[in-house]
Ligand binder design. Sequence first.
Ligand code: ZN
Length: 488
Amino acid sequence: MEETSKKRGRPWLWVLIALLAIGVLAAAAWFVTFRVNHFSLELALTGDPKVLLEYGDSFTEPGVTPILRGTLFLKEGYTPEKLEILRETDLNEGKLGKYSIIYSAKLLNCSAAAQREVRVIDTKAPTITLKEDPEGSLVEGVIYQEAGFTATDNYDGDITDRVVRTEEPGLVTYAVTDSSGNPAVAKRQIPFRDMVLPEILLEGGEDYTITLGTRYEEPGFTATDNVDGDVTAMVQVEGEVDWLTAGTYPITYTVTDSCENQTVVTRNVEVVTQPWQDTVYPEGKVVYLTFDDGPSAYTAELLDVLDAYGAKATFFVVGSGNGSMMRQIVNRGHSIGIHSVSHNYDQIYASPEAYFDDLMNMQSIIYDNTGVKTTLMRFPGGSSNLVSRHSCEGIMTFLTQAVQDAGFQYFDWNVYSGDAGETKKTEKVADNVIEGIQQHRVSIVLQHDIHSYSVDAVEDILSWGKRNGYRFLALQPGSPGFHHDLNN
Ligand code: ZN
């Protein structure tokens, strides 16, 4: 009985114990939830954290989501519905630039912030507007009268003054760039018609003079056009110069530009003759010894013999002749003259041009070897040769005039040694010459210093001549030529 009443008499104790237990459990729950578990808050941006906003468009806030997480509980995160989120920004949609939006929020002891960048940009090109040409305002010609234009930009406004205008034939180009670097180009076709003639510049001038016998070479020219630029290659050259016949020869230069403007200029090439040499006969009894077709291996010995007798002679040399011997001839006081480079009759008498090419080339060879620009010459075969008939009818008649018009003097002979085939005997050569000399007061003797038997005859000739009062002289400009009668 007692025991039962005892037990029944203390129910409050159980209540107290129960309350204590609840308290301990609650404390433990609090401890675990807020001390063992750590909360954190974050703000998650919706959309791009960096936004490009085209100037003129409105910014639409994409939003931000708060997420509460715990290390023990709410690991997956929890979004409090009514949490107040603060939003601060310096965004100015009306001005290009870089702006930021800062989001922040607080919950429990946690705080969170997030940032979004907004760039206001301009990617739209400006607009160029060309004013229409009022009727008739276009000028046909080089100068175009600008009808006007404007340029506007969605951001910069009127940027007409920044337009760069370039004009070329038939086209005006307008270009502008806005402050963000967006370019715009407009083009205007203009009914351009070039009325300016191309220009031709003649090197050497419009009056051009050459000496007869000098091959005419185009002195050169340039042609330019205001539209087409260098048009030298389009120039048509017409006309010919007969550089072996005195006269004035027009050469025309014609060029047409792409707009059909044509320019024609004329060069008058005058081929002038040189005055003919007056013949001056020497005093007394004179022998002009002349030697053709060398110099050869025998020429050195011949020069020694001439020196020994104080005699001077004349050498009409060929292209195959030894150059240093040509120099010796000149240095030892003799005359040097032109014979031929090739001495090939078919070649040199094929045409007047061919003859003159050979003549001028031989003159150059002599000049190169001796420094003497000789005008003395002898035709291969002499002016009376028949052989040229096969190649060119009448050529000797033409050439004998032309060479003198070109400033040369040609020499034939009135004494022939017979050393070119008639004899190979030294005594016969000497006899022929000595016999011939006596027929004239002044003689030109033809020998060839390529034949030893002819060279060997010279000492006898000199010896006889000296004994008989002859002077042995070298031919000079103006010496008598003893021209033969022509056969062709
Ligand atoms: Zn000859």
